[in-house]
Design a binder for this molecule. Structure first.
Ligand SMILES: Cc1cc2nc3c(=O)[nH]c(=O)nc-3n(C[C@H](O)[C@H](O)[C@H](O)COP(=O)(O)OP(=O)(O)OC[C@H]3O[C@@H](n4cnc5c(N)ncnc54)[C@H](O)[C@@H]3O)c2cc1C
Length: 458
């Protein structure tokens, strides 16, 4: 509950028209792409860094929690105001401030939508590679706060690899600048890297400078269907390890994902398929044609039942639509879904998938596995119908999977963040001493604990 005088102070400083306390607005900001729900007391939509700074310093003065928010597509509850307080909706700060083609940089406000940025720089034949499945909606601020990955990570890495400089409003309202608009800088500790992936718990990004690359001339796409997972995984080894190809994307979908999406998109997937690989390569025209035909041979050598090479952009889109539709199509199987995202060393993918399917049977919860398999990344979607018993089994199953993932050298979250949905599991991966160091760092920036409380740490 925000006191009337604090409400007035906020309105005086950021404008009454940017402060919302009506229930309709608050409900819209009570959830993200998880099933978490908590009502904020207030929603503020700043237009400038000064708005952000005054809001945060007033919140700091009165100990009010601040929950920064981009598009709310997060999959770990990061933008859900679990302790109430103020949701700071950054979508109005959506200017592309400068595209510098010579310096290969772009500077943006945090509310710019990822795909809009990619399209805008592509006009100048420039390329911003990180491409989450949510690119048409998610914001750059949210991407930086989550260190978002995506479909091109195999060749181009994740958001962290592209953030050069940040303007950040700290929890006391002061503003700092980290990094430089240069492609390299090693002056002092790397605060930029420290803030990337901080999930809104250390400060609010109000300006972001990203590195760009020259836009590849052509992208080639091939999809391949397999009778079993082993054949698909052998193919990934043939591509990466034996033949030394570095695809732009190397995506995998298992039988549950395939069955859910069959008939949902235009791609005609043959019956009897238990694994699918979707592979993109990019470069110049000649190298792409060459690589695709060699990869097609590798797929066939590894017993692919069928391969399809996209001949046009429209055919590419159809193949990618299947991959992008896996997640929503799983709701055709059951009404509830928990999105887990793990990453293991590549050599352990086979082992971890085998264990996941065994555990899925033990707990009677269906699991769909898909993801950026070239990097050892797997989205595990647990599908179930709502009910207390199922909720309990899902929780037990996730706990067991994460324990085993960590025990073989993997991580509990590869790109969706910890948020509040995974905060109880962070102790599986980090020692008490490591967690303590992180908490001390957080305390140094945010002694009152107002920035996105309830996230990352229990
Ligand atoms: C269909 C779908 C597909 C997806 N595919 C992928 C994928 O391929 N790869 C992947 O990594 N993720 C994926 N995601 C997850 C999600 O889209 C990403 O985490 C994305 O970066 C979140 O951006 P957002 O703008 O929606 O942020 P929000 O959900 O609004 O916020 C996410 C976090 O960022 C913080 N935050 C937001 N803006 C700021 C700011 N300016 N300053 C400081 N903190 C801030 C919030 O407090 C919160 O902790 C997917 C989600 C969906 C729904």
């Amino acid at each position: 509950m925000i006191q009337a005088r604090v409400f007035e102070e906020l309105c005086d400083n950021v404008g009454r028209e940017n402060v919302f306390d009506n229930i309709e607005e608050r409900v819209c900001y009570s959830f993200d792409a998880t099933k978490e729900k908590h009502l904020p007391d207030l929603v503020i939509r700043p237009h400038t860094k000064e708005h952000v700074s005054t809001t945060i310093s007033i919140a700091n003065k009165y100990n009010i929690p601040i929950c920064p928010r981009g598009a709310g597509t997060g999959l770990s509850g990061g933008a859900v105001p679990v302790k109430g307080g103020i949701v700071l909706d950054l979508k109005n700060m959506d200017k592309i401030i400068e595209i510098n083609a010579k310096d290969l940089t772009v500077t943006v406000e945090p509310g710019v939508v990822t795909k809009d940025l990619q399209d805008e720089v592509a006009r100048l034949r420039l390329f911003y590679p990180p491409e989450p499945g949510s690119a048409e909606f998610s914001t750059i601020g949210g991407n930086v706060a989550e260190c978002t990955g995506g479909m091109t990570g195999m060749k181009y890495g994740v958001t962290r690899n592209y953030v050069l400089a940040l303007e950040i409003v700290l929890p006391d309202g002061s503003i700092i600048n980290t990094g430089r608009k240069t492609l390299r800088s090693v002056a002092g500790y790397d605060l930029t890297r420290f803030f990337v992936g901080s999930e809104g718990t250390l400060g609010v990004f109000t300006r972001i400078t990203l590195k760009l690359l020259p836009l590849p001339e052509k992208i080639g796409t091939i999809t391949s269907y397999f009778k079993n997972i082993d054949d698909a995984l052998n193919t990934t080894d043939s591509i990466l390890i034996k033949s030394h190809f570095l695809p732009r994307s190397l995506e995998f979908v298992d039988k549950t994902g395939i069955d859910a999406v069959r008939g949902f998109t235009k791609e005609e997937i043959p019956e009897g398929v238990e694994a699918l690989l979707l592979i993109d390569v990019d470069g110049n025209e000649k190298s792409v044609v060459n690589d695709i035909s060699k990869i097609e041979v590798l797929c066939k050598e590894n017993k692919a039942l069928k391969t399809l090479v996209a001949k046009t952009d429209d055919e590419r889109k159809v193949l990618w639509e299947t991959r992008r539709s896996i997640s929503p199509s799983l709701f055709r199987i059951a009404s509830m879904k928990f999105n887990d995202d793990i990453c293991v060393p590549r050599s352990k993918v086979r082992e971890v998938l085998k264990r996941v399917y065994e555990l899925s049977k033990t707990y009677s919860i269906q699991v769909a596995a898909f993801g950026h398999i070239g990097e050892g990344h797997i989205h595990l979607n647990l599908i179930y119908d709502e009910g207390k018993a199922a909720d309990l089994s899902v929780h037990k199953l996730i706990s067991q999977i994460l324990k085993e993932v960590v025990s073989i050298g993997g991580t509990i979250t590869s790109e969706h963040g910890v948020g509040d949905t995974k905060s109880e599991f962070i102790g599986l991966e980090l020692s008490p001493h490591e967690i303590e160091i992180m908490k001390e760092l957080k305390k140094m920036f945010d002694p009152k604990g107002i920035m996105n409380p309830g996230k990352i740490f229990v």
